[in-house]
Design a protein around this ligand. Structure first.
Ligand SMILES: *Cc1c(COP(=O)(O)O)cnc(C)c1O
Ligand SMILES: [Zn+2]
Length: 430
């Protein structure tokens, strides 16, 4: 392929399409494969992930190069499976979302060590999914795939539709038939094909795996199936941004939502890379996973001391996290235990309370997944599992406007009055 030479690629004159990425490697047996649109090991069926020859050398220079980069995920291009000239391609360029110092929420929860909300509702389609799609899309472009697709719990469908529109791909995305109206509209408005499947997410995912094996699926990039190794790497940018926004250090605790568990495992991978590269001081951080009680297979396994995850049938208002058979569940358990964290869950009522708590204290309106993380943070503190004197980052991964139904029944006008001062006084609000 022909590529431009741009600053920063002198060490790699051929400017490979995947930047510092060297191969795919099996998470279970370590077998390596060429970078291609595959996702499972032919030796052991283990999941594949991107392996790197990361830039060795002066961390100070790498930090400076990153800091001089654009205010989006591409500032971390030297650590991602993308070409060095990625910024010249049409992409939604997500990321560099706000890290909000949440002092009011901290006071309410009794956190004294510093509390931050990483607010990914600020992404182009208002969820963290724009990060993972941006990387998968670049892989699709390199592989010459022409249709972008996914199995989605809602946010991913919108992120794929929008990114495909921007980059000039055809898109055809699949969702469960019972999603929130906000998610369905967001998935449809970008003009691609949107197919609602009569079943839950796990049925949608199974269907997509079948489609990949069928001649119909030729030329299709399912961002979270056959492009999953690349997709997963997008979540590392959350780790990078949190560290950089904290002044190049790692927090003590991170509270992360779990659907398939990809995001949590890849944030851990990103944190490990930062330490290995010397971009941050080495540090023992703790990772906490958050689920909704109505879909808590990983939390249940954690509490039972198991290292396998028994699938469940989801029943929760946190639909973006409603994956009953999470692919990365066992790795999440590993990480929570290795780092000294935990996996916890909250019920629907606690999710709604937490959404309102975050809105009332910090002016951030989170979707149900954000209610799950903030609710779990509160529960972890109350149960003594998370040290309130430590520095903690809690993730909000989506926008409350997409899940209005969760809070609509318990919010509304304080009063409805005639337009007179007397009426206002009568309402007792003066
Ligand atoms: C998809 C999603 C997640 C996490 O998904 P994983 O499959 O665990 O990576 C978290 N929050 C929201 C809002 C999501 O849409
Ligand atoms: Zn293997």
């Amino acid at each position: 392929m022909s590529v431009q030479t741009i600053a920063g690629t002198q060490d790699n004159p051929s400017t490979p399409a995947f930047g510092p990425a060297a191969a795919l490697s099996c998470r279970e047996c370590g077998t390596r494969f060429p970078l291609s649109p595959i996702f499972a090991c032919v030796e052991c069926f283990g999941p594949l992930e991107v392996a790197y020859d990361l830039p060795a050398g002066d961390p100070e220079a790498l930090r400076a190069r990153i800091e001089a980069g654009p205010a989006n995920i591409w500032r971390y291009a030297p650590l991602l499976p993308v070409p060095a000239d990625v910024q010249t391609k049409p992409n939604l360029n997500p990321g560099w979302t706000k890290l909000v110092k949440a002092d009011h929420l901290a006071a309410e929860l009794g956190v004294t060590g510093g509390l931050y909300v990483k607010d990914d509702s600020g992404n182009p389609t208002h969820s963290f999914k724009d990060r993972v799609v941006a990387i998968a899309l670049e892989a699709a472009r390199t592989f010459g795939l022409t249709t972008l697709s996914c199995s989605s719990t809602g946010n991913l469908a919108g992120a794929v539709g929008a990114a495909a529109a921007r980059a000039g791909f055809r898109s055809c995305v699949f969702i469960p038939h019972d999603l929130e109206a906000g998610k369905v509209v967001m998935a449809a408005v970008y003009g691609g094909e949107l197919v609602a499947i009569e079943g839950g997410y796990d049925d949608v995912n199974r269907f997509c795996s079948e489609l990949i094996g069928d001649p119909i699926g030729e030329g299709w990039g399912f961002v979270n199936v056959n492009l999953r190794p690349y997709y997963g790497e997008g979540s590392k940018t959350l780790a990078y941004e949190i560290a950089e926004q904290l002044g190049w250090h790692l927090p003590d605790n991170l509270v992360i939502p779990i659907a398939s568990g990809s995001q949590l495992t890849k944030i851990d991978k990103g944190l490990q890379e930062l330490i290995k590269l010397g971009l941050v001081p080495d540090k023992a951080y703790k990772i906490y996973g958050a689920q909704a009680e109505g879909c808590s297979p990983v939390s249940a396994a954690f509490k039972a001391g198991l290292d396998v995850v028994r699938p469940v049938k989801p029943d929760t208002i946190a639909k973006s996290l409603a994956i009953g058979n999470p692919a990365d569940g066992p790795y999440v358990l590993d990480i929570a235990r290795r780092t000294g964290g935990a996996v916890e869950d909250v019920n629907d009522e606690q999710i709604v309370d937490a959404i309102k708590l975050l809105a009332r204290t910090e002016g951030i309106f989170a979707e149900t997944a954000g209610g799950v993380t903030v609710g779990v943070l509160r529960k972890l503190i109350e149960s003594g599992q998370l040290d309130p004197a430590a520095e903690t980052v809690v993730l909000n991964t989506g926008d409350g406007l997409k899940t209005l139904d969760a809070v609509a029944p318990t919010t509304g006008p304080t009063a409805t009055i005639r337009p007179t001062v007397a009426a206002f006084r009568e309402a007792g609000l003066a």
